[in-house]
Design a protein around this ligand. Sequence first.
Ligand code: HEM
Ligand code: HEM
Length: 179
Amino acid sequence: MAPAGWFDTPSGYGRISRGFHWLMAALFAWHFAGALLFVSIGDTAITRFVGGTHFTMGFTLFVLVLLRGVWGLINLKRRPPHPGRLGRAAVAGHLLIYALMVIVPGLALLRQYGSGDPFSPYGIPVMPARGNRIEWMMVPADLLHYWLGFTLLVVVLGHAAMAVLHRILWKEDVLGRMT
Ligand code: HEM
Ligand code: HEM
């Protein structure tokens, strides 16, 4: 068990970091369930129920990852250390997850803006309707959103597997820092 403070400490992540981690993990599970339903069984009623939140949920995850990143930087010096070669690999893996969590929705939002269509998650008019399309804003997401989206899924599954393996193979309580 990690200590129950608000801030992170070298022996574990604090309440806010754990809150961000598990809230976003739950939202990502829902989000990817929708994407997987869409590419597997296609456009059915259940796909629409789960996948219908894709834009709003993707936007929510984008805002959350920016806040989480700021909180991570504030806590950087206090976080559990990752010594050695494997530690550097773990840090590189986490940075890759952050990069994808920013780039995947970031490019989609750029495409959304370029499309000129209105975008109002939760009724907030983030992007008003505009008459014209801006083609170059749409190209990156057309090319990369799908593939980088599924790359994030694969990397995150590997990440969760590593957390469990740490416990089973090396008897290290890495999981305990985040729970
Ligand atoms: C972290 C956030 C996001 C992830 C991980 C993600 C992931 C994915 C994945 C895996 C697909 C392909 C499967 C499918 O078609 O359902 C997809 C498609 C799509 N997403 Fe997202 N998405 C995110 C955010 C967003 C946002 C914020 C928007 C729009 C504002 C968006 C718009 C779309 C659109 C239009 C498609 C279908 C066209 C395409 O594949 O490029 N996504 N997304
Ligand atoms: C069942 C699923 C998951 C498990 C068991 C798990 C476990 C963990 C553990 C134990 C840590 C601490 C690792 C350390 O200090 O070295 C961690 C950190 C992290 N996890 Fe996960 N995780 C899961 C899902 C996710 C998901 C879905 C994401 C993002 C999409 C994610 C992103 C991260 C990131 C970026 C860190 C670095 C610390 C931070 O900035 O929050 N994890 N995870």
